[in-house]
Design a protein around this ligand. Structure first.
Ligand code: NAD
Length: 290
């Protein structure tokens, strides 16, 4: 298949490389990142999209996605599919899908979970919004780049799934860190705390699979000096997207709002930038009750 790939950074680079390895012809464009081996460099986003049956974008945010869509959509052949895998706001995802449909194109919002290691290993999970026909067209590529693709519904529902998932993740990580900090001050050993909670009703992915306490539970960024992993500023980005969506849908999300405020403080006023999002534990453990 002929594929255009725009945005070949930490995630897009290895995803495009996996498509090439599977035998697809990939034309790539990025403002800065180098082309992975086997990806043909294009001079512009429009050139990468020209003649492609499927165009994949993996970009930093919704504003950039909208700008790239303006260049790419007029260059695409009717019937082709524009598949955005970035994490962006639901409104941008829906606006781009509508613009694509107006030009006779299919469109999907297909954000991913699994991080840089999942992108390299081809084990991402895709959560996908858009028409079933477009989903079926792109599915063989999801199967190469990932291990699971869930069709969530109409345009925007892929992004909705992503930000709801990550809102839960942010909230449970903070709750897990708070509980460790309290346990410390109550004289409860962290390993004992893990042994109890990981098999009791307080368990979660944050505790069981990504434990924020160094030396406790399976290997995680906490065991590597809190090197990301999943950086705190990316968690902040996703929590802010959840709050933007909650506002536009008139949904009350008090815990999500608190989590966004806490990560904003951690990233912007403390030393959270560039550290894994589980580094909230050493920060909160040092604090006293206000
Ligand atoms: P990145 O910054 O490494 O890559 C983005 C790339 O887009 C960069 O190489 C940049 O040069 C390029 N770019 C920016 N503007 C462009 C333009 N106008 N035209 C062409 N290229 C342009 O970021 P990333 O870590 O690869 O993340 C990409 C997306 O995936 C983000 O939306 C992020 O939230 C999401 N995501 C990231 C992870 C992760 O662990 N890194 C996990 C899940 C989802």
């Amino acid at each position: 298949m002929k594929i255009g790939f725009i945005g070949l950074g930490n995630m897009g680079g290895p995803m495009a490389a996996n498509l090439v390895k599977a035998g697809h012809r990939v034309a790539g464009f990025d403002l800065a990142a180098p082309m992975p081996e086997g990806v043909t460099a294009s001079a512009s986003a429009a050139e990468a999209a020209h003649e492609a049956e499927i165009v994949i974008t993996m970009l930093p945010n919704g504003a950039i996605l909208r700008a790239v869509a303006d260049q790419v959509i007029p260059a695409m052949a009717r019937g082709a599919v524009l598949c955005d895998c970035s994490t962006v706001d639901v409104d941008s995802a829906r606006a781009v899908a509508e613009q694509a449909a107006g030009a006779g194109l299919g469109a999907l919002d297909a954000p991913v979970s699994g991080g840089i290691s999942g992108a390299a290993a081809g084990t991402l999970t895709f959560m996908v919004g858009g028409a079933p026909e477009a989903f079926d067209r792109v599915r063989p590529l999801f199967d190469i780049m990932g291990q699971k693709a869930v069709h969530c519904g109409a345009s925007g529902t892929g992004q909705a799934a992503k930000i709801c998932n990550n809102m839960i993740l942010g909230v449970t990580m903070i709750a897990t860190c708070e509980a460790f900090a309290l346990a410390d001050k109550l004289g409860l050993d962290r390993q004992k705390m893990f042994d109890v909670v990981s098999t009791s009703s307080g368990y979660s992915w944050s505790m069981n699979a990504y434990c924020p306490a160094p030396g406790v539970g399976p290997a995680s960024p906490a065991d590597d000096g809190y090197r990301p992993g999943f950086a705190s500023e990316l968690m902040l980005k996703d929590l802010r997207l959840s709050q933007q969506a909650a506002e536009s849908a008139d949904a009350d999300t008090p815990m999500g709002e608190l989590a966004a405020a806490l990560y904003a403080r951690f990233v912007e006023q403390e030393d959270g930038k560039g550290r894994d999002f589980s580094a909230v534990l050493p920060w909160i453990a040092e604090r006293r009750r206000p």
